[in-house]
Design a protein around this ligand. Structure first.
Ligand SMILES: Cc1cc2nc3c(=O)[nH]c(=O)nc-3n(C[C@H](O)[C@H](O)[C@H](O)COP(=O)(O)O)c2cc1C
Length: 183
């Protein structure tokens, strides 16, 4: 199995999403020690904004297509994903490769892949809460991966900015959840 491990937090070793994504990858590796792990850190090696010329280089797309499982560390910044992660998505949503338009509408072509997203959010965005209308991270990623034929799984740590005790409890709960992920 090939695992592609993506991180996009600017918070280095203090990053919650990086801790969770690392734990998920550790779990996958433990379940299948022969796994090949490919790591792409979108902060230490950022991708430039998309240009038309960028489509000539399919390195990022090929890396995604070659992966059986993709693990993504995705923090919420300003109610949505980091621009570093958006630049990566801009390279994997490619017509004719990961989706196509048919007479009956769009069709996802990246089926058969597992995508697990480690979410880290400072606040709470539960359905029905006042802030839910500002949740453009999980909802966006779900929509994007659904569009290319994938039902993503999420492990979330929420309310991380509600004080150190809450942060620790939330992060520990998310890390515990990674242990329960089906191999
Ligand atoms: C630049 C920046 C913007 C943020 N914007 C939001 C936000 O809009 N909503 C929210 O709930 N938390 C926000 N946060 C809090 C982060 O989601 C939280 O600190 C989380 O732990 C970030 O994940 P990370 O530790 O992996 O970087 C923001 C944090 C930073 C640094």
């Amino acid at each position: 199995m090939t695992v592609l491990h993506i991180d996009s937090s600017i918070n280095g070793e203090n990053s919650a999403s990086r801790s969770i994504s690392r734990s998920i990858v550790d779990r996958l590796r433990a379940a299948d020690p022969a796994s090949g792990i490919v790591t792409r850190d979108l902060v230490s090696e950022p991708l430039p904004h998309l240009t038309l010329d960028a489509f000539a280089d399919s390195t990022v797309l090929d890396e995604f297509l070659a992966a059986d499982t993709v693990v993504i560390g995705a923090p919420m910044y300003n109610f949505t994903l980091p621009t570093q992660l958006k630049a990566w998505l801009d390279r994997i949503l490619v017509a004719g490769k990961t989706f196509r338009y048919t007479e009956s509408g769009p069709e996802g072509l990246a089926t058969g892949k597992r995508v697990i997203v480690a979410l880290a959010r400072g606040s709470f965005y539960d359905a029905g809460s006042p802030a839910s209308a500002l949740e453009h991270l999980e909802s966006y990623l779900r929509g994007v991966f659904n569009f290319i034929g994938i039902e993503p799984e999420f492990v979330a740590a929420d309310g991380l900015n509600f004080g150190p005790e809450h942060r620790e409890a939330s992060l520990n709960a998310a890390l515990g959840e990674t242990m329960l992920l089906a191999a």
